[in-house]
Design a protein around this ligand. Structure first.
Ligand SMILES: C[S@@+](CC[C@H](N)C(=O)[O-])C[C@H]1O[C@@H](n2cnc3c(N)ncnc32)[C@H](O)[C@@H]1O
Length: 229
């Protein structure tokens, strides 16, 4: 994988925006919804978000971190793309970013309360995914949380967006059950696995109602949250 994202660092938001234009939704909508879900998960399973040390694995240009930096005590990000990491640092000066080789995350064992990856897994070669999951598990402390957000391959609109996205060419999507097994194979216990983003509404009432649909496999994306045993 190494630095293959470097050449998309400048055009990342435009490329994604083009691929979802048919849904008439801003890319930032999806990013904000995931950030909100992450803060809720942290509060529910780990502790007060304002006291937590959190790592964004595969942070890209830091689009998600923009909505998280104020919520968590300390936020870190790592990515295999050096250029993306530089952009992320410009966007979020309070976040500590590092580029790495995609193999060993440059943080200690059990050093994070929460480690998460949003839309990264499908960019990792299937054969390298167990190693990627093991690294997420290694850096999360016992009682902490690992959260993986991914595209839902069962949603036809998601598949269409992936087909139309320049840097998603040839990727192999991972369904909710497969991702759950992957995390369990890394020694984690899944505590929640839910589909999200059924609507592009910004109304709290609509978004609140969506929470009841977590088992319906039609959300644009899903997450699996798991805790070290
Ligand atoms: C689609 S982007 C998502 C970026 C960000 N998480 C977001 O949601 O906006 C995928 C990112 O995963 C990174 N990536 C790919 N393989 C990786 C690996 N093994 N470890 C860490 N990051 C990786 C890419 O460089 C790219 O920045």
């Amino acid at each position: 994988v190494s630095d293959s994202f470097d050449r998309y660092a400048d055009s990342y938001v435009d490329d994604v925006q083009r691929s979802i234009a048919f849904a008439r939704t801003e890319h930032d909508y999806f990013t904000r919804r995931k950030a909100g879900t992450l803060v809720e998960l942290a509060a529910r399973h780990v502790g007060a978000p304002g006291s937590l040390r959190v790592l964004d694995v595969g942070c890209g240009i830091g689009a998600t971190d923009r909505h998280l930096a104020a919520a968590f005590a300390q936020l870190y990000g790592v990515d295999v793309s050096g250029e993306a990491v530089e952009r992320a640092l410009q966007l979020n000066p309070s976040v500590r970013y590092d580029a790495y080789d995609g193999k060993r995350i440059p943080h200690g064992d059990a050093s994070m309360d929460l480690a998460f990856a949003t839309c990264v897994l499908h960019h990792v070669e299937p054969g390298s995914r167990p190693g990627f999951a093991a690294e997420l598990a290694r850096v999360a402390r016992p009682g902490g949380l690992v959260v993986v957000f991914e595209h839902n391959p069962l949603n036809p609109l998601t598949r269409r967006a992936v087909r139309g996205c320049e840097f998603d060419r040839g990727v192999v999507l991972s369904g909710r059950r497969t991702t759950r097994r992957l995390l369990e194979g890394a020694g984690l216990t899944a505590v929640e696995a839910r589909y999200i983003i059924f609507t592009t509404s910004t109304r709290e009432r609509v978004i609140g109602a969506e929470r009841r649909l977590g088992r319906v496999p039609l959300g644009a994306q899903y997450y699996v949250a798991a805790t070290p045993r």
